[in-house]
Design a protein around this ligand. Structure first.
Ligand SMILES: Nc1nc2c(ncn2[C@@H]2O[C@H](COP(=O)(O)OP(=O)(O)OP(=O)(O)O)[C@@H](O)[C@H]2O)c(=O)[nH]1
Ligand SMILES: [Zn+2]
Length: 362
């Protein structure tokens, strides 16, 4: 059909739909279901969905672990939704904010018949839309989806699964000169991924030659640390120290990757901060929300470096995973340059947790 959107375009649309509380249609072979993000669900929409079929709640196994719900599908749990419970119950299942005050009491009816592919895909799209990783699915009769729900975004997993797994191509949109405190010779490059997700920035300090290892930093966005001067993390001081070191060295490249909150988005990071105020550490907070400790896709940084013509780096980091990921993506890390700045009484425990649980080098 002319002008028919591609699977990548439909996935971008699906992310917007889920954020707006609009259901999307997921299908694979014989199975089809309407899926909606729990976070954006309204009572009216839930009532409409109940007229179509019996809703099932999809959660990650991380969230299920906190709720003590049985998981039969590896990384995904499927739960029946009792007829007499509505949006507030679903929200409380998805969002751990009140877990301590009002523990969610089972036993839950955890589903084991049928497959979990549609549930897994719904969670994956919700995560990429930076929503809580929880979705409500209503199975619909096989074949009904195309005709009956033609006004909704249709995602066929045969196409979507590879599209979701592959790294999106990056295009440089524009670059412009920017004199900075760190170096008067500076340039900002804006990269836009083909999949409609966030743009990322590369900040070139000086004019580093492409045929030698470049002093490089992969910095993940931290609104609270970079902009507000949060004392809970070391991101702001690390950002400024990396730029200063590149200025002093006569050149470097800093990637400012919009992977806020280690890839979960700012709203979810603030949810994690609330949990940290309840006594959970940075890793436990992510898990209680249903996320892994680190949801970043480090292929993005490697792809931008390649686009800029760099293949070998002296990497400013304390995170061994970043080194492994760069090497795995064909960027040679000839040296790790430690970046130890900005320890405060408020972030000491956070840094210790990263060292103990996430393997960061002290
Ligand atoms: N989810 C979550 N994200 C956090 C928390 N504190 C900081 N962040 C995010 O963590 C990311 C910081 O990552 P980086 O500065 O790349 O740090 P790193 O992976 O520890 O590696 P290096 O700094 O290179 O050693 C930013 O996206 C922050 O927003 C937290 O408690 N929870
Ligand atoms: Zn930070």
């Amino acid at each position: 059909m002319p002008l028919a959107p591609s699977i990548t375009e439909r996935l971008a649309r699906a992310r917007g739909d889920l954020r707006m509380g609009v259901p999307v249609v997921l299908c694979q072979g014989e199975e089809a279901a309407l899926a909606v993000a729990v976070e954006a669900l309204t009572e009216d929409r839930l009532a409409d969905l109940r007229c179509i079929g019996r809703p099932e709640l999809a959660l990650t196994s991380r969230r299920a672990e906190t709720l003590k719900a049985q998981v039969y599908d590896g990384d995904v749990a499927r739960l029946a939704v009792p007829d007499d419970l509505g949006v507030s119950w679903l929200r409380a299942m998805a969002d751990p904010a009140d877990d301590l005050r009002q523990p969610m009491k089972g036993p839950f009816l955890c589903l084991r018949d049928g497959g979990a592919a549609l549930h897994r895909a719904a969670i994956q799209i919700a995560k990429s839309a930076h929503l809580l990783p929880a979705a409500l699915l209503v199975p619909v009769p096989n074949g009904a989806e195309a005709a009956t729900f033609s006004n909704l975004t249709l995602i066929d997993l045969r196409e979507a699964t590879p599209a979701l797994a592959e790294a999106s191509a990056m295009h440089e949109i524009v670059s412009a000169r920017l004199p900075m405190v760190a170096s008067e010779v500076g340039r900002v490059h804006i990269f836009r991924p083909e999949n409609g997700a966030e743009e990322h920035y590369a900040i070139e300090i000086g004019q580093p030659p492409r045929d030698k290892p470049v002093l490089a930093r992969l910095h993940s966005a931290c609104f609270t640390g970079d902009v507000l001067g949060s004392l809970k993390c070391d991101c702001g001081p690390q950002l400024r120290a990396a730029l200063a070191q590149m200025g002093a060295d006569g050149g470097g490249i800093l990637l400012y990757l919009n992977q806020e909150g280690r890839g979960i988005g700012l709203a979810n990071k603030m949810r994690a901060y609330s949990l940290q105020d309840q006594g959970f550490d940075t890793v436990e907070a992510n898990h209680r929300l249903g996320f892994e400790d680190d949801e970043r896709d480090f292929r993005i940084g490697a792809s931008i470096l390649r686009r800029l013509g760099f293949s070998s780096v002296r990497l400013l980091t304390n995170n061994p995973r970043k080194i492994a990921m760069m090497e795995g993506q064909g960027i040679a890390v000839v040296e790790r340059v430690p970046l130890k700045v900005g320890e405060t009484p408020q972030n000491r425990a956070y840094l210790a947790t990263k060292a103990r649980k996430s393997g960061h080098l002290l």
